[in-house]
Design a protein around this ligand. Structure first.
Ligand SMILES: [Zn+2]
Length: 163
């Protein structure tokens, strides 16, 4: 049920850091990406930490398209375990629009139902272009729902369900 999806909450501070890092790491000409980690709090997912792909896999950004090795994923699970966090979402940039590519749809970073994938357009040039942010939830079997862009809360951004 789409309307029982938990809401993902990201503070402005974390969002600002995410954008500046994605922009810097992609150097304005390549994709970059990260996992958003945090804790589940009832019906809310509270983001608290960003784990950048190129920090866990030095080759992740080398081809211009984000790619992660299997050993990079074990690094992710180690961080989650040692800091008592879980992966709440993944995020990556595109040069153009925030629509999912065919490979984004075919190869979810985390293939569990309900997993959130975000796509930031134009290599994360503007953190204020909220309506341009792609927000997708995985439904299993390579199917995704395109969700509403984030809305602004009290010093936070909220990724809710369908509007
Ligand atoms: Zn993509």
């Amino acid at each position: 049920m789409a309307n029982s999806d938990p809401e993902l909450i990201i503070t402005f501070w974390l969002w600002w850091g995410l954008f500046s890092q994605l922009r810097r790491r992609g150097r304005g000409c390549g994709e970059s990406g990260a996992f958003i980690l945090g804790r589940r709090d009832g019906a809310k997912l509270r983001a608290s930490r960003i784990l950048y792909y190129d920090d866990i896999d030095p080759n992740a950004l080398k081809t211009g398209i984000v790619r992660l090795s299997g050993s990079a994923m074990s690094a992710v699970w180690e961080v989650c375990e040692s800091e008592q966090l879980e992966v709440l979402a993944d995020v990556h940039t595109h040069s153009g629009s925030s629509e999912q590519s065919r490979s984004d749809q075919q190869y979810p970073m985390i293939a569990t139902s309900g997993h959130i994938a975000m796509i930031i357009p134009r290599f994360a040039r503007s953190m204020f272009d909220l309506s341009g942010v792609g927000h997708f939830r995985y439904r299993g079997a390579k199917k995704w729902d395109a969700m509403s862009p984030p809305s602004v809360g009290f010093f936070t951004l909220k990724f809710g369900g369908h509007s």
